[in-house]
Design a protein around this ligand. Structure first.
Ligand SMILES: C[S@@+](CC[C@H](N)C(=O)[O-])C[C@H]1O[C@@H](n2cnc3c(N)ncnc32)[C@H](O)[C@@H]1O
Length: 859
C-alpha cells in the first residue's frame, strides 16, 4: 500500500497551477470552477438546497488569517492584551481592496479567546504595506513559539480530543505539526515548570521522513516537552511498543544495559517465555489518538486553488482504503475508555462517513461520542447517515455484491492513479496538493478473478448508519463561519477498567534479502498482540488483507550502521560504535540512537550540576545523548520517565525514532577555555530553571535588558546598571540565565519577570536568544525592533562602515559592532544561530514553497 503523497520533480508552479501558467511565465488567476465537483456534492446533498448558493460562494472566497496563542505559555495573557491594545486599534478602519476592514477579533468558539481571526487573506497580509507591521508581529511571535498560524477548522480536532496533562497521546499523521503542537500544549498545561519527568507523552508520527524533520524544527521546538517523541512509520503499521513494568528489574533479568535497549535485547525479549514476558512488560496503548489522515483536501480549496482543477471522483475513492486502515490501526492502539478523533479536510463521504461506518462495523467496542455540548458556539452540520457511491459519470455504481456488478459492462471504479492528497492544512506553507505518481495508486485497487478492477464494498453505507450515530460527526463548511471545510468524528472505546494489556509483540531479527515477507508473516503470527489488539484484529479483515508495502523494503544491517557519531563530533570519533541494525522492516532508517547517561556517575553531568548549581532533586538519570557511543559529545537531552521506559523497552530503530525529549545543554567551548563547556539551551530553560540555584542567575533591571537587546554583545564597562559590571566580573565566564525583573510591555502597566539564556565572557556579555525571538520580544516591550539584526540597525551599521571606510579611521566600528574582545560572545550567539540552522533552513524552505504556491494562487 502506498502513501498518496509523492513529490513530483516538476516545479511547484507546474504541479499546482497546471494550465494557469502561460508560456511567457505570466500568471493568470486559477479558474475556480469544476462542474464534476459541484454535481458530485449536489448529488450527495452535503448541504441543504437553500444553502448551496452561500456554500458555493464561500468556497471561492480567500480564507481569513487566523492564529492561536500558545496556551501553555505564560506569555498568552500578555499577548492577548497586546493584540487588543495595539493591533485592534492599528487595524481598525484600514481600507483594503476598496472596503473598510473589520479589525482582528477572537474566534468565538475557541476556548478562552485564545484564537484570533482577521478578515484578510495570507497573501495580502504579506504584500500590502498596511499590514506589514502586523505580519512581522505574527512571524516573530510564531518563531518565538508564542503563537501559531493555523486554519481555524484545523484547531478543532485537538480541542475535541480532550487531552489532559499526564495523558499518553498518539498523533498518527502529524506533519507539519499544528495539531501536535496543540496536543503538547494541552499535555503541558499546568505543570511544565514544576515536574519535567511527568509531562505525559505525545508520539507524533508521520510516514514521510523529511516532513518528520520539519515537524521537529518548525513546530514541536516551540513547545519543548520531555514527553515528546517523533517517529517515522506508515501509520497503518505502527509497531506495538512494550513498556517494562520495572526497567531496572527487566534489564537485570535480561542481563542487558540499563542505558539503552539494543537489537540484542530485542532478540532476548523475543525468546522470553510468554508468562515471563507478561510479568516484565505491558503493551503500550494510548489515552488519546488523533488520526488526521491524508485526504483529497477539497475542504482547503479556498487556499489550495489547484484543487479546483485537480478534483476528480477518483480522489476520495482512492484514499478510502488507506484512511480506513490508518483508523483501524489507531483503534488497536487505543486504551479501553480512550478517545480517538478521526479528521480530514475533505467533504467527501467516501473519505469520512464511509470510513467511520466501516470501522464501527469491524470494531464493536467503538462508538461515536456526541460532542454537541463541546465548543457550543461552533456552528456545525451533522455527519451524513447515507450517501451515494458514484462512478466517473456520476451514476450510482453497482454494489459489488449485486448482479449488475458482475455484468461485463459494469463500470470500473474511478481511476485512483491520480490520487491527490493534501499534506498540510494550516498556514505555514506547503499548502501541498500533491499528485500521486502513476502506478502507486494501483496498489489500492482490488481485482476480480478476471483481472477486472472491483469496487471496495466498504465505500457503501450499510444501512445502520443512524444506529451508529453518524449524525454526531461534525461537518464544518465555509459558509457557516468563514472557514475552510473539515470533517471531525470523535470515537470512544468501551471499557476503561479492563486488565492491563499483554506485552507488545517481539520482533524477529534482521533477515536475509528475499526472506523478509515470509519471516514477517511468521513474526506476525507468533507475536503476542496486546489484548485489545488481538480481539480487534480478528474482527478486522482489512488489516490482514492489505499487505503493507513498506515492509517489503527491509533495512539492511550494514546500511543502518553507515553513519556514525563521528559526523557529529569529529574529535571524538574514536569512541564511536556502529549503529544498530534496523528491525521491523520499512524504509531505510538512518538516525542516531538515543542512549541514557549514567546520571551523576558521568563526569560531564557532574560538572554541569556543579557549574549551574542544579539541585539534587533534578532527574539526572533521565538525561540522554544522541550518538552510538553514548557519550556527551554535543548535546544532552532530558526525557520524561515514561519516555525513558519506552526507550529502555524497545530498540530505537524499531521505533524509528527521529527525535525525543528536550535539548537542555549544548557543547559550546571547543578550546577548553571555560570551566564548563556546556551552555544551557533556551528551549530547556523553563524545564531546568526550577532546579537552578542563584549561582548562574544574573538578576538585572529592565533597562539592562534594553541595553543587551540592542547589541550583539555589551562590554561590562558599558553597562549602566549600578554594580552589574562588578557582579559580572566576579562571575565565572560561561553560560548563565538573565533574570530580568520588572520588564514591562509598551502597552501595559503590568510588570513581568523574564528569564533568558545568557552568556558571560571575560569582559562582555550577550543574550543567547534567536534573532527572531529577540525581535518579537523587542516589539512587544518597546514597540520597535531595537535588536542589532533589525533592518534599521543593519542599515545604520552599513552606513557607519561606509563612513569609517571613507575616513579611513582605524578601530572605529560603530556602536553595535562587536570589538575584538567581544568575539567569544559573538561566537556564542553564532552558535545559537548555527544550531538552529536546520530550523532556519526548514523555515526558509517552507517560505519559498509558500511563496511559489501563492504565486499560483494570487497572481
Ligand atoms: C493532513 S496531513 C496532517 C496534518 C497534520 N495533522 C497537522 O495538523 O499539521 C497528512 C499527513 O499524513 C502523512 N501521511 C500520509 N500517508 C501516511 C501514512 N500511511 N502513515 C502516516 N502518515 C501518512 C503525510 O505525510 C502528511 O504529513
Amino acid at each position: 500500500m502506498g502513501r498518496p503523497q509523492r513529490r513530483s520533480n516538476k516545479p511547484r508552479q507546474d504541479r499546482d497551477a497546471g494550465p494557469q501558467q502561460e508560456r511567457t511565465g505570466a500568471w493568470r488567476p486559477i479558474d475556480q470552477s469544476n462542474e464534476t465537483f459541484e454535481n458530485f456534492y449536489k448529488a450527495q446533498g452535503i448541504v441543504p438546497d437553500d444553502e448551496w448558493a452561500a456554500f458555493s460562494k464561500s468556497m471561492r472566497e480567500p480564507l481569513p488569517t487566523t492564529f492561536r496563542l500558545t496556551s501553555s505559555r505564560a506569555t498568552a495573557p500578555a499577548l492577548h492584551e497586546h493584540i487588543k491594545q495595539v493591533y485592534v486599534p492599528y487595524l481598525t478602519g484600514i481600507e483594503f481592496e476598496g472596503t473598510k476592514l473589520a479589525p482582528p477579533k477572537p474566534i468565538e468558539w475557541y476556548p478562552q479567546q485564545l484564537a484570533w481571526q482577521l478578515p484578510v487573506h495570507k497573501a495580502a497580509l504579506r504584500k500590502d504595506p498596511h499590514f506589514r507591521k502586523f505580519q512581522h508581529f505574527l512571524v516573530y511571535e510564531t518563531d518565538a513559539g508564542n503563537l501559531s498560524r493555523q486554519e481555524a477548522v484545523s484547531m478543532i480536532p485537538p480541542l475535541l480530543l480532550d487531552v489532559r496533562p499526564g495523558m499518553t497521546a498518539l498523533d498518527m499523521c502529524a506533519a507539519p505539526g499544528s495539531k501536535s503542537v496543540q496536543i503538547l500544549e494541552a499535555l503541558h498545561a499546568p505543570r511544565l515548570a514544576t515536574d519535567p519527568t511527568e509531562q505525559g507523552l505525545l508520539i507524533a508520527n508521520d510516514s514521510d521522513a523529511k516532513r518528520c524533520h520539519l515537524l521537529v524544527h518548525q513546530s514541536l521546538h516551540r513547545v519543548p516537552g520531555t514527553g515528546m517523541m517523533v517517529t517515522n512509520h506508515d501509520a497503518t503499521q505502527l509497531p506495538s511498543l512494550r513498556l517494562a513494568k520495572d526497567v531496572a528489574a527487566a534489564a537485570a533479568a535480561e542481563g542487558s544495559s540499563r542505558l539503552k535497549f539494543t537489537v540484542e535485547d530485542e532478540k532476548r525479549v523475543a525468546n522470553l517465555p510468554k508468562d515471563r514476558l507478561a510479568k516484565q512488560y505491558d503493551g503500550m496503548l494510548f489515552d488519546r489518538i488523533l488520526a488526521d489522515v491524508p485526504c483529497s483536501g477539497d475542504g482547503t480549496m479556498r487556499k489550495n486553488l489547484g484543487i479546483w482543477t485537480d478534483w476528480t471522483v477518483g480522489n476520495g475513492i482512492g484514499l478510502h482504503s488507506l484512511q480506513l486502515r490508518i483508523l483501524l490501526r489507531g483503534i488497536q492502539l487505543l486504551k479501553p475508555g480512550g478517545r480517538l478523533v478521526y479528521s480530514t479536510c475533505s467533504m467527501n463521504p467516501m473519505e469520512n462517513e464511509s470510513v467511520i461506518s466501516s470501522a464501527l462495523s469491524l470494531c464493536p467496542d467503538m462508538s461515536i461520542l456526541p460532542v454537541t455540548d463541546e465548543l457550543p458556539a461552533l456552528k456545525r452540520r451533522p455527519g451524513m447517515t447515507t450517501w451515494r457511491v458514484l462512478d466517473n459519470s456520476l451514476s450510482d455504481a453497482p454494489h459489488p455484491a449485486s448482479a449488475a456488478a458482475a455484468a461485463a459492462d459494469a463500470p470500473p471504479p474511478p481511476d485512483a492513479d491520480d490520487v491527490v492528497a493534501v499534506e498540510q492544512d494550516n498556514d505555514k506553507g506547503r499548502d501541498g496538493v500533491r499528485k500521486g505518481a502513476k502506478g502507486k495508486g494501483k496498489k489500492e485497487k482490488k481485482l476480480d478473478s478476471n483481472g477486472r478492477k472491483v469496487w471496495d464494498e466498504s465505500l457503501w453505507p450499510r444501512g445502520d448508519e443512524k444506529q451508529k450515530g453518524l449524525e454526531h460527526a461534525l461537518r464544518l463548511y465555509p459558509h457557516l463561519q468563514d472557514t475552510g471545510a473539515f470533517f471531525v468524528c470523535v470515537l470512544v472505546k468501551k471499557g476503561g477498567d479492563e486488565p492491563v494489556p499483554a506485552p507488545a509483540p517481539a520482533v524477529a531479527p534482521v533477515v536475509p534479502e528475499g526472506k523478509e515477507e515470509e519471516e514477517r508473516k511468521v513474526e506476525e503470527k507468533e507475536a503476542p498482540a496486546p489484548v485489545a489488539e488481538k480481539r480487534e484484529r480478528a474482527a478486522t479483515p482489512t488489516l490482514v488483507e492489505g499487505e503493507p508495502e513498506a515492509k517489503k523494503v527491509r533495512q539492511d544491517a550494514g546500511e543502518a550502521a553507515t553513519k556514525d557519531a563521528s559526523a557529529a563530533a569529529p574529535q571524538e570519533a574514536k569512541a564511536v560504535e556502529k549503529k544498530e541494525p534496523v528491525l521491523g522492516g520499512g524504509k531505510p532508517f538512518n538516525e542516531e540512537p538515543y542512549i541514557y547517561l549514567p546520571g551523576l556517575e558521568d563526569d560531564q553531568v557532574r560538572l554541569i550540576k556543579d557549574f549551574f548549581g542544579i539541585s539534587d532533586a533534578f532527574p539526572f538519570s533521565e538525561l540522554l545523548v544522541r550518538n552510538a557511543a553514548g557519550q556527551p559529545l554535543r548535546s544532552i537531552y532530558l526525557t520524561s520517565l515514561l519516555t525513558r521506559k519506552l526507550l529502555l523497552s524497545n530498540a530505537y530503530s524499531r521505533m524509528r525514532l527521529i527525535s525525543c525529549g528536550v535539548k537542555l545543554f549544548t557543547r559550546q567551548d571547543s578550546n577548553g577555555q571555560y570551566a564548563c563547556k556546556w551552555r544551557l539551551n533556551a528551549e530547556g530553560l523553563d524545564v531546568v530553571r526550577p532546579f537552578l540555584s542563584d549561582k548562574r542567575v544574573i538578576k538585572v533591571g529592565a533597562d539592562t535588558l534594553r541595553q543587551v537587546m540592542g547589541a550583539v554583545s555589551v562590554k561590562f564597562e558599558d553597562l549602566t546598571e549600578e554594580g552589574l559590571k562588578e557582579r559580572l566580573e566576579a562571575t565565572e565566564p560561561g553560560s548563565a540565565v538573565l533574570h530580568v525583573q520588572g520588564a514591562k510591555g509598551s502597552d501595559t502597566d503590568k510588570e513581568e519577570d523574564l528569564f533568558l539564556a545568557f552568556w558571560v565572557s571575560k569582559t562582555s556579555c550577550n543574550l543567547m536568544v534567536e534573532k527572531l525571538e529577540k525581535s518579537a520580544l523587542s516589539l512587544r516591550l518597546y514597540a520597535e525592533d531595537v535588536t542589532p539584526h533589525s533592518k534599521a540597525k543593519m542599515q545604520e551599521r552599513a552606513a557607519a562602515k561606509k563612513d569609517v571606510a571613507a575616513s579611513s579611521a582605524p578601530g572605529t566600528t560603530g556602536d553595535n559592532t562587536p570589538a575584538a574582545t567581544d568575539v567569544e560572545g559573538v561566537e556564542a550567539q553564532e552558535a545559537v544561530d548555527q544550531e538552529d540552522g536546520d530550523k532556519v533552513m526548514a523555515v526558509e524552505e517552507a517560505a519559498k514553497e509558500e511563496e511559489t504556491g501563492e504565486m499560483a494562487a494570487t497572481a
